[in-house]
Design a binder for this molecule. Sequence first.
Ligand SMILES: Cc1cc2nc3c(=O)[nH]c(=O)nc-3n(C[C@H](O)[C@H](O)[C@H](O)COP(=O)(O)OP(=O)(O)OC[C@H]3O[C@@H](n4cnc5c(N)ncnc54)[C@H](O)[C@@H]3O)c2cc1C
Length: 319
Amino acid sequence: MLRAFFIFLSKADWAQRIITNWKFAWRMASRFIAGETQEDALDVVRQLNQQGILATLDHLGENTEDQKAAEQFTNDVLSVLAAIHTAGLKSNVSIKLSQLGLVLDPEMAYANLTRILDRARQYQNFIRVDMEDSTLTEITLELVSRAKAAGYDNVGTVIQSYLYRSEDDIRQLAQKGIKVRLVKGAYKEPSSVAYPKKADVDAAFDRLTKLLLSKEAEIGFYGGSGDGLFPPLAAVASHDVKRIRFAREMLKQLDLPEKSVEFQFLYGIRRDLQQELNRLGYPVRVYVPYGTHWYPYYMRRLAERPSNVWFFISNFFQK
Ligand SMILES: Cc1cc2nc3c(=O)[nH]c(=O)nc-3n(C[C@H](O)[C@H](O)[C@H](O)COP(=O)(O)OP(=O)(O)OC[C@H]3O[C@@H](n4cnc5c(N)ncnc54)[C@H](O)[C@@H]3O)c2cc1C
């Protein structure tokens, strides 16, 4: 109920106008967001790298409304790729195709994506295409597969365990050698396409982890590039200790080394667990969002955890 309400708010322009005008809202959101500028984000990546943790940078924004804005976003990604390279940081970049104009014109989004992939290739870096709501799943997978078929080996994507279709999608992506980040899924979806119950989403997450890691075992250990930029075939992105425990157990059963999976976390969540896994020798990558378009991202983080909402509300009243 609360989850649905905050996901609804994440898309409501009127709520965005009100909430982003509260100074305290940014203070609360900044627990999950590195800062408003590229420099803020690079500082956070530097600190993570110093602890042995890798990063993926996300310049916040979604559903770009015109061609100019899509081009601007593309240029911002090119700029952050150059900055990562110059600073010698261990970070790749995550993008959303709707930032590149997907909803306006898929061909425009594809052209922007290949500009980004070309630049990333120049720096031997990797681009992860985030997954958005289910109206964009098919076209996102289509464009990522098209880029891979065109010779871009530096592109990967995300699969959500709440969608019924995900097992087929993982099989197809693994066959094409496309790297997958597995997540539970952050959007409000109808029961015609996604499991409504959390227990089913969790069970599917474990099944898909097993499938992904088995694919990795089939091709013979397939780790990341070792310089922190390219991930292995499988990334398990969850803060849920049971899901992480299951993935570690599967690695043992399949006799795969620690390096064959990357554990990924969102910035600001379960830092203790990030450090523990890092100490145990697993690659850990933190998703670092930055920029001024933080509102929908922050609302989705509130939706995931009622205690974040109470924290938000109690701070509001203390003000
Ligand atoms: C690196 C990364 C990239 C992602 N990319 C995408 C994407 O491209 N598309 C997409 O749909 N989703 C994406 N997600 C979000 C994902 O789908 C989930 O919504 C999110 O990770 C919460 O689910 P969970 O697996 O952590 O499990 P949950 O069962 O939601 O949470 C497990 C535990 O984690 C902690 N936790 C989880 N969320 C929060 C929070 N917001 N605040 C504080 N504690 C929390 C709590 O301790 C909670 O009990 C991504 C997540 C990660 C980690």
